[in-house]
Design a protein. Structure first.
Length: 91
């Protein structure tokens, strides 16, 4: 029995230019948040504050899992920060 694998490819078939690019500034913002949280975790563990270190580590892990599920917490935080700054400028 022969199987036809031509129609069930797991790899993208579009040209690279046809995909919507991610926002570089947003990725950098998310990366800064992750680095701060992981640095806070390392520093907390070094100082013997294991509860705070564990909390920082869990926050990064949960944010990663939630991002895989389709919601970007860093994007939401950046949106709120920009919305607050715009509202303060207009009044």
């Amino acid at each position: 029995m022969e199987s036809n694998h031509e129609n069930c490819s797991y790899f993208p078939k579009k040209k690279r230019s046809e995909y919507i690019a991610e926002d570089w500034d947003q990725q950098a913002f998310n990366q800064i948040i992750a680095v701060i949280c992981l640095a806070g975790a390392v520093l907390s563990f070094q100082l013997g504050w294991s509860i705070l270190g564990t909390a920082f580590t869990i926050m990064v892990g949960l944010a990663s899992i939630i991002a895989i599920l389709g919601f970007c917490i860093g994007c939401f935080i950046r949106f709120l920060v920009e919305a607050i700054s715009v509202s303060q400028e207009c009044c």
